[in-house]
Design a protein around this ligand. Structure first.
Ligand SMILES: *Cc1c(COP(=O)(O)O)cnc(C)c1O
Length: 367
């Protein structure tokens, strides 16, 4: 039996009629950039999140960059983020001219260790990017309190946490703005690059929308310079079609995670992901910690089970950040987990027999 890491083909087969129709409508109307299909997706997503503004853009990296840039973050500033994430969470800080300041991860939940944030706040700190990694929210209320105490912005990177919540509050609505990616493999994925910003702040919404479209809110009126970061209508129409299914897909991910956790419980060489009390973990990733991880990964591969590592190097340990002069001891948890973490196949269409196969292979490896 083969179990791929993700299976976007299975999802497409389930919703082929809706997706094909969405694509042909855009082509029929030759409405490729902006226009009604993009507005319609912004309206739908805003409704799902109960927010005033959704600003679509080209991808979930630009969305982070645009938020920070429009908050006036730049040269001489510092922005705090987490040591284990996709590089977008830190490279966008550098893009603004500011300096990324990393905080180690929590040993249980993998997200930023909220007890280690205060020691990293300085007079130059302008914002914290809270990354809701793997589909589980970090302790957003606690982080919000730190931000309020110091008068700094809270930005939420929700690229992996569509429809995740903590104590009934969704990812992306506690800070000044939330940033989403619709990269194909994300829980809500386009068929190319796409992203968006959500916010209830009218001023920020206006400036982000203007900046993402060459500094222009109406044709040939450029109040400022900006960039070209627009969502194309093909992506928007596909995303709109998918909005009808996203709650159901999230529920299926949660069911599959539950099955994995139940079946892996007695495997003592494996630590299953912990769910915070009050947390709806949307399981973008199902990450275990495993003894002899590399050997296990190879063993699974030989048996048709595709796994991945998110991420093989903690951000401060990447060559790109050598200039910051960190050592692995500065981020002991994130550094130690580099050799342990393993992401198992996870998607809504995963069947129970596939889960069983993965678990059986893991059991037989350690037996
Ligand atoms: C995917 C991802 C991004 C960036 O999204 P793109 O759309 O690929 O640019 C940002 N942050 C995190 C945590 C991500 O997983």
């Amino acid at each position: 039996m083969n179990v791929s890491f993700v299976d976007l083909g299975a999802q497409y087969r389930d919703i082929k009629v809706a997706v094909d129709q969405a694509i042909s409508s855009v082509i029929r109307d030759t409405a490729f950039i902006g226009g009604k299909y993009v507005r319609e997706f912004e309206r739908l997503f805003g409704e799902l999140y109960g927010v005033k503004h959704v600003i679509s853009c080209a991808n979930g990296t630009d969305s982070l960059y645009i938020i920070m840039k429009m908050l006036g973050i730049g040269q001489g500033d510092e922005v705090i983020t987490v040591a284990n994430s996709w590089i977008s969470s830190s490279e966008t800080i550098t893009q603004t001219g500011a300096r990324p300041v990393f905080v180690d991860i929590d040993p249980v939940y993998y997200s930023i260790d909220e007890n280690k944030i205060r020691e990293k706040v300085s007079v130059r700190t302008k914002a914290i990017i809270a990354v809701h990694l793997q589909g589980q929210m970090c302790q957003i209320d606690h982080i919000r309190k730190i931000c309020d105490e110091h008068g700094i912005h809270l930005i939420e990177d929700c690229a992996q946490s569509h429809f995740s919540s903590l104590n009934g509050v969704r990812a992306g609505v506690t800070g000044i703005a939330g940033s989403f990616s619709f990269y194909p493999g994300k829980n809500l994925g386009a068929y190319g690059d796409a992203g968006c910003i959500i916010t209830n702040d009218d001023e920020l919404a206006k400036s982000c929308r203007r900046f993402a479209n060459h500094g222009s809110l109406s044709k040939h009126k450029h109040e400022v310079e900006g960039i070209n970061s627009r969502m194309d209508a093909l992506q928007a129409s596909i995303l709109s079609a998918k909005c009808a299914y996203i709650q159901d897909w999230t529920a299926k991910r949660i069911e599959n995670a539950y099955l994995y956790t139940k079946k892996l419980k007695e495997v003592s060489d494996v630590v299953v992901p912990a769910v915070r009390p009050g947390s709806v973990h949307s399981f973008h990733l199902y990450v275990i910690r495993a003894n002899r991880r590399d050997e296990l990964m190879e063993y699974l591969k030989e048996r048709g089970v595709e796994t991945a590592i998110h991420y093989p190097r903690a951000l401060p340990n990447l060559d790109a950040y050598a200039y910051l002069g960190h050592t692995r001891e500065d981020f002991p948890v994130a550094s130690a987990y580099e050799a342990k973490i393993l992401s198992l196949p996870m998607y809504p269409e995963l069947t129970e027999s596939q889960v069983d196969h993965v678990v059986e292979c893991i059991r037989s490896f350690y037996a």
